[in-house]
Design a protein around this ligand. Structure first.
Ligand SMILES: Cc1cc2nc3c(=O)[nH]c(=O)nc-3n(C[C@H](O)[C@H](O)[C@H](O)COP(=O)(O)OP(=O)(O)OC[C@H]3O[C@@H](n4cnc5c(N)ncnc54)[C@H](O)[C@@H]3O)c2cc1C
Length: 579
């Protein structure tokens, strides 16, 4: 029998809610589930919410009775916020989190590099927002609880899986004993120690770096803005690196590297933690300020992935699929992208709109993305914690040169998590005008946000299905002198394009036509976005009315045309269904 912890986890700032376990004896026998998600972490919860947006039901099993222990992932990128906006929790994160965009690297007491993450008026969200993972999970849980298509089962631990041709049989252990569950699709979102991965005998590929880092969250009043602080080779921890981040509720995260040979157990001894945190505070000129420990843990950097995220009826997302170093804030930020991607691919299959072959695309795209992330994060990891004498010599040379030579300082850049561009996706249209565009997001890229004339943002209106952004050019005379559209104005969506859209709507493909550019009604559009000054148009590199972009449900670009015609639209949409 599985007995999850019933006492709330300890925390200075977060009040853990303990949920009642879901017991089979209290529910009527159930038929085969469509989707079962194992794990109520960021990956599992976002997948459930994404599926629900397409009308697909899911059951979420979680072995625990409460959200995760400790702050864990604390830095969320702009792209993550855009994904969280899609599932309805970005406002809460923004309201309660701490936005930031600068990072500072120090060596020998001197600031040698100041990183500035870009931000302009077209960005709805800051480049980074700090909030503890418990809050994020709480907001996602509330969204799931409010959704009738999602059933949460607390205290349900998956202990075995048998796969069959068209379903999986899942053994679930609970406080009253085990039960069986059948499901058409099983999503393994059960974290870094995924029991499903182990039970299936699947091996992660990649590198594990030597050396450990301590994560310590302390409550302290420090007079610094929310910026990333990195200290290389400080006097109290020679050869190693220390990171500091401000979190909400007066908490500071201090990450420090351990000297070789020290074990995690030794490092987590209260006396050792106290001595090192005091040394760090003294180094930054705040010795003696009172502080209190909230949570501490030890981690080591790993760049590991499964080579395939689909195994029969089981699909892997988040830490169950890959383990990434926290330098560059990649764990949860990558999990959101996995979940968003799996959500729409699987929904199309569950609803019978596309064949199961479409899931191959999910796996290929996400494995490729994670391999790119691994290459990038490997560079950051080797700089933060050099794995060999050679890397250390090189890194130390950069450190000492940086005191006097500005040209080496950009090497301190920490290569933050960013969305992958699915440049080689099979969903990208082979016969569109992608190569002819001079600007704008290209094949496979995430969309560019744009502030609209009414104060909204473009992405507020996109997502949840395929979006055809169709640029029309009926402009008012007051816009004549702007860089708005050509004068050969197309005021409505051509009927032949609308016929193609109707064909695919009749096949249940979720697709909308969004007319951009006119302040008047563009007949046939599902939605109209006013762009009187041509800002969206110029950001998207559109030169004439009749130009168009096709965005996938995850908002990535799969086709763009300088001049769209019905035949090319048809072949692009058909290609998605033919996968
Ligand atoms: C100690 C620690 C510190 C971290 N610090 C950072 C950081 O500073 N920055 C950063 O970006 N990332 C950090 N991470 C990584 C980050 O937390 C993860 O990348 C992120 O949580 C991934 O989300 P996930 O949903 O894939 O997995 P998880 O959040 O691990 O969620 C897995 C879920 O599965 C459930 N589960 C597990 N096994 C079973 C089972 N058999 N049956 C049912 N349910 C099960 C668990 O209860 C949990 O709800 C840290 C992780 C850890 C462990």
């Amino acid at each position: 029998m599985h007995f999850p912890e019933k006492s709330p986890r300890p925390s200075i700032y977060y009040k853990y809610q303990v949920f009642d376990p879901w017991l089979a004896s209290e529910h009527a026998p159930q038929s085969r589930q469509v989707v079962t998600i194992v794990g109520a972490g960021p990956a599992g919860l976002v997948t459930a919410l994404e599926l629900a947006r397409f009308g697909v039901q899911s059951v979420v099993l979680n072995s625990e009775l409460q959200v995760s222990q400790g702050s864990r992932a604390i830095v969320f990128t702009r792209r993550s916020m855009e994904i969280l906006q899609q599932v309805g929790v970005a406002d809460q994160v923004l309201e309660n989190g701490l936005p930031w965009r600068f990072g500072n690297s120090y060596y020998r007491g001197q600031r040698v590099f100041r990183m500035e993450a870009p931000q302009d008026e077209d960005d709805r969200y800051p480049p980074m927002t700090n909030i503890q993972q418990q809050y994020l999970e709480e907001y996602l849980l509330h969204a799931c609880q409010a959704n009738p298509l999602i059933e949460l089962r607390w205290g349900n631990k998956v202990v075995g899986v048998q796969q069959h041709t068209d379903f999986a049989n899942v053994q679930v252990d609970t406080p009253e004993g085990p039960y069986q569950l059948e499901t058409q699709w099983l999503i393994a979102a059960d974290g870094g120690r995924s029991e499903i991965r182990s039970a299936m005998g699947l091996k992660l590929e990649g590198a594990s770096y030597e050396g450990f880092f301590v994560i310590a969250d302390i409550k302290i009043d420090l007079p610094y803005p929310t910026e990333r602080l990195a200290f290389f080779d400080p006097d109290w921890n020679r050869g190693n690196t220390i990171l500091m981040h401000r979190e909400p509720h007066g908490i500071w995260r201090i990450d420090y590297q351990l000297p070789p040979g020290e074990t995690p157990e030794q490092a987590l001894e209260p006396a050792s933690l106290k001595e090192r945190i005091n040394a760090q505070l003294a180094m930054i000129g705040h010795a003696g300020i009172p502080w209190e420990m909230d949570w501490s843990s030890v981690y080591s950097a790993r760049t590991l992935t499964l080579p395939d995220y689909q195994h029969g009826r089981t699909l892997f997302v988040g830490d169950a699929a890959h383990l990434l170093p926290i330098f560059g804030v990649r764990g949860a930020n990558t999990a959101f992208q996995d979940a968003q991607s799996l959500g729409w691919h699987l929904a199309m299959v569950c609803k019978g709109i596309a064949s199961e072959k479409l899931l191959r695309n999910f796996s290929t795209e996400r494995v490729t993305a994670v391999r790119e992330i691994i290459t990038e994060s490997g560079k950051s990891t080797r700089f933060m914690a050099p794995p060999s004498r050679g890397f250390r010599l090189l890194r130390d040379a950069v450190l000492s040169l940086s005191l006097t030579q500005a040209f080496v300082r950009p090497l301190y850049h920490w290569r933050t998590s960013r969305p992958h561009e699915y440049t080689h996706s099979v969903l990208n249209s082979p016969d569109d005008d992608n190569a002819l565009f001079e600007s704008g997001p290209s094949h496979g890229a995430p969309p560019q946000n744009v502030r609209l004339s009414n104060g909204d943002f473009l992405l507020d209106h996109l997502g949840g299905g395929f979006d055809l952004l169709y640029f029309v050019g009926a402009y008012s005379t007051s816009a004549k002198n702007t860089k708005a559209f050509d004068t050969h104005q197309l005021k409505s969506i051509p009927p032949e394009l609308l016929s193609v859209i109707r064909v695919f709507k009749n096949k249940d493909l979720p697709i909308r036509v969004i007319a951009i550019g006119t302040s008047r009604s563009a007949e046939g559009a599902d939605l109209q976005i006013e762009d009187p000054m041509g800002r969206v148009k110029s950001r998207y590199g559109i030169t004439k009315s009749g130009g168009a972009y096709l965005l996938r449900p995850d908002q990535h670009i799969c086709a763009r045309w300088l001049q769209l015609d019905a035949m090319r639209l048809h072949s692009t949409l058909q290609a998605v269904l033919d996968q």
